[in-house]
Write a protein that binds this ligand. Structure first.
Ligand code: SF4
Length: 458
């Protein structure tokens, strides 16, 4: 990694910007897109084996709220609140099943949160059954969940495997005790190691670890110990997310001592440190913040430049529509996005009243779809062949987007992209700034300043 070049550009490019988990991004969506619009979008989805779906279920409950948490999570108050939440998920699935007009195949099922393994055994089996009653989950489906090692046991790992889960991501964030104190999350390394091993013994096909950089009290030394500890476990995939300090949006972050946060420069160094250590250990750098072992599906898709992403993360599946269930769940019917309420009470109220809990969404125009293909390909594959959209949209990028390509010249001058006859290539230094590059292709940029943009681009 050419760190000197990247550091010299940090000031110029470190600004607030979207993470492009969708295009257009959520701030551009409208509250006028309601449950009826979502219902109609579901009804338009083609059915049959060739159009499988990805299913996301949001389970917001956690044993205790961590100070740094940026997720849509709530502190659980026992199994009753989970049961009544699952009653609402059941209702939501009935409404979605009606709109779809019959069972559709699902090739990916992911449970995120919150802490999905906060649920007890019967709740886990119930939620799995509810999904299988609405969708025909294929035999070879990827069924994954996020889990908190502090709640994990060998029995739970075995039960999750028996319930059909084949991939698991363990929240670690940082193993250093000072960092854990600063973020309100005590999780001994021994505990993490034990649950990791128990997941391996239970036979999960893929055991992954999530880290966060830019946390309070994190230093180059402490983070290097974290990276070593994680590499020692040898997970299949590692996500290394950027911490976004936004206490005006996430009030739980007020418990963080802002004086302990690393400077922008130090935070960037932490990420460079992660990239250097993980790629040095043989992991392929995927997208902006993921790493996968060579030979992993994602690593192979990236090498072949056919990687994709959706709200659940990076994927090898192109064009699978997504149904998001639960509070804050996001759906992507390929021509529309729809989001459920992020307020637990509002989510439950809508469903008890018999309506889908949609609070905002967006119907994609033809131009949105084209720009979406461009931005997704740039974010995932670090290149933009000018003929990328020729077959699907009948449009060559160098003919349609002359202004955008012109704007790439500044990035080329800074060594972030190479403009070649057949397309653009994001350079090694440019990878750190790929969100800035994508912002030039985003026609909504700057048009929704009234809504929050969640994180710094670097
Ligand atoms: S960081 Fe994870 S465990 Fe902590 S409150 Fe957020 S979702 Fe729950």
């Amino acid at each position: 990694v050419n760190t000197r070049a990247a550091f010299s550009l940090l000031k110029k490019y470190d600004k607030a910007g979207p993470r492009y988990t969708s295009y257009p991004t959520v701030p551009a969506w409208s509250s006028e897109f309601d449950h009826e619009a979502y219902r109609n979008a579901l009804a338009r989805l083609p059915r049959g084996r060739r159009t499988p779906l990805s299913i996301y279920l949001h389970l917001p409950f956690c044993a205790k709220r961590c100070h740094y948490c940026g997720c849509n999570a709530v502190q659980g108050d026992g199994s009753k609140s989970v049961d009544s939440y699952l009653d609402c998920v059941e209702r939501e699935l009935e409404l979605i099943g009606d709109a779809l007009g019959g069972p559709s195949p699902a090739t990916h099922v992911h449970w995120g949160g919150g802490t999905p393994n906060y649920l007890n055994e019967s709740q886990i089996h119930r939620a799995r059954r509810l999904i299988s009653e609405t969708f025909s989950v294929t035999d070879d489906a990827e069924i994954s969940l996020e889990a908190d090692p502090r709640l994990g046991t060998a029995e739970q790992a075995a039960m999750l495997r028996q319930a059909g889960f084949n991939r698991i991501s363990l929240g670690v964030q940082d193993v250093d005790a000072a960092v854990q104190r600063a973020i309100g999350r005590n999780q001994s390394e021994g505990r993490t190691r034990r649950f990791y091993r128990e997941c391996r013994e239970a036979g999960f096909e893929s055991v992954n670890i999530d880290l966060v950089y830019g946390l309070p009290a994190q230093t180059a030394d402490s983070f290097s110990r974290t990276l070593e500890a994680v590499l020692d476990l040898s997970p299949d995939r590692i996500a290394c997310f950027s911490y976004a300090h936004v206490p005006w949006i996430r009030s739980n972050q007020n418990a963080i001592d802002a004086g302990l946060l690393p400077s922008a420069q130090d935070k960037f160094s932490l990420f460079v440190q992660a990239v250097t250590a993980l790629t040095g250990a043989g992991y392929e750098w995927i997208g902006i913040d993921h790493f996968a072992k060579a030979g992993d599906d994602l690593a192979e898709a990236y090498r072949a430049r056919v990687l994709h992403r959706n709200f659940m993360g990076y994927t090898t599946d192109e064009g699978a529509a997504m149904v998001g269930l639960g509070m804050s769940g996001i759906s992507d019917t390929l021509d529309c996005f729809a989001q459920n309420s992020s307020d637990l009470a509002e989510y439950q109220r809508a469903l008890k009243g018999g309506a889908l809990p949609t609070v905002r969404g967006h119907a994609l125009t033809a131009e949105d779809r084209l720009r979406r293909a461009v931005i997704t390909h740039l974010m995932c594959n670090m290149e933009l062949p000018f003929d990328l959209t020729a077959t699907r949209f009948g449009v060559r990028i160098d003919e349609k987007f002359k202004d955008e390509i012109e704007r790439m010249r500044t990035f080329a001058d800074d060594g972030l992209v190479a403009i070649e006859p057949e397309g653009l290539r994001v350079t090694e230094t440019g990878r750190f700034f790929v969100r800035n590059i994508c912002m030039e292709w985003d026609s909504y940029m700057g048009k929704s300043a009234d809504r929050p943009v969640f994180s710094r681009t670097v």
